[in-house]
Write a protein that binds this ligand. Sequence first.
Ligand SMILES: Nc1ncnc2c1ncn2[C@@H]1O[C@H](COP(=O)(O)OP(=O)(O)OP(=O)(O)O)[C@@H](O)[C@H]1O
Ligand SMILES: [Mg+2]
Length: 418
Amino acid sequence: MSTERIIVGLDVGTTKTVTLVAEIDGSENVRIIGVGIEPAQGMNKGMVVDVALAAESVRASKRQAERSSGYEIGRAYVSVAGKHILAVNSRGVTGLNPNQGVVGNEDIERALEAARAVALPHNREVLHVIPRTFTVDGQDGIHNPVGLHAYRLEVEAHIITAASSSLRNLEKCVTDAGLAVDRFVLNPLASGEAVLTEAERNSGVVVIDIGGGTTDIAVFIEGTVWHTAVIEVGGNHITNDIAHVLHLPVVEAERIKVEEGNAAPDTVDRDAVITVAPFGEDMPTQLLAYDLSQIIEARVEEIFSLVMKDLKRSGYDGLMPAGAVLTGGTSALTNIRNVASKVMRLPARVAEPGNMIGLTDKLHTPAHATGVGLLHFANRIDTGSSDRLGTRPRRPRREGPDIGKAIGDFFGRLLPDD
Ligand SMILES: Nc1ncnc2c1ncn2[C@@H]1O[C@H](COP(=O)(O)OP(=O)(O)OP(=O)(O)O)[C@@H](O)[C@H]1O
Ligand SMILES: [Mg+2]
């Protein structure tokens, strides 16, 4: 039976707002049928700082997506980022009915509920509850306990929460723009859906989405999410450094970064010059491409050092043989991969979103990993149809903005085929 349906992904970034309309049917590809891309307003470091302005840019991107798709859209999967995100690992335990004795999906949901019931301050909300591994009657390291005989089921879950106030601000600008929130999704989880291969996810990998205002990371090990973090440094900081050090207007600093930027000065011709337009009526002047590259390298090194520090703190830094997958607009920077590898001592690749067909012309760039990833998230996790592992979630699909949806994310991957 076909499960085809229309869904909408809304990536409210620091520099751009993107609305994507897609047809999903649970197969590997999402079919993009509408695209709206607008410069962001009212955002800072991944968070809404001016609801009216942010709503304006959401509304504009929504209109564009409606025009290009021919659909009127009413709800969307919405990406969330910012310093207000917190993630913890938690355990949940449940007993099983001794007469029945076999683990079922309801038992897993109960164990996840218990894990979710960690002390949650009243000003925070749960975004995702992701099962990492199960222990059945003391036997640990089990990925799929369904069907096992047991008296006691324990789950180790990764729980991601967000500040209620930040979520409400984001929700307000989305609803003011005429869209209901289908579901909030943490930025790097969406990006991971768009850029990671199943092999990377299974062997251990970190996805690093370097945007304008934030760098969002998610560690996937054994097929699921073990760690997430949001770091408040991104491409805008590189632009500001260039503007500051070279005494240039921010717009000009941004232009030379994108057009001429290189994160590895040792690959830059020492004599190469770049022509720039300084402030006001001043005549164009020239600067060394090498100097520009040194400014960029310093900030890019800082970003990867911060990521590495966070990975070390998480304790999972040695568990990523597949290395780092870089995405987000800033990962388009020439030679950024080399800097990532050098600083983090990990293999690294730059990735743009994949597995999409249809209106994809504008989306073949790492900046669109989150937007496209929201569609994959909906396709693989919320539809109840096959995912790439060939497994099939039996969980009934829930409609509407439902925080209960946070329970059991990525669960589809753990269930056996019918
Ligand atoms: N070719 C390029 N070289 C260097 N930087 C680039 C390039 N293209 C885009 N960028 C930078 O990428 C950043 C925007 O990335 P992206 O679109 O992923 O951010 P965002 O999603 O709006 O922000 P965030 O995710 O931080 O909230 C900007 O700082 C921009 O200058
Ligand atoms: Mg982004």
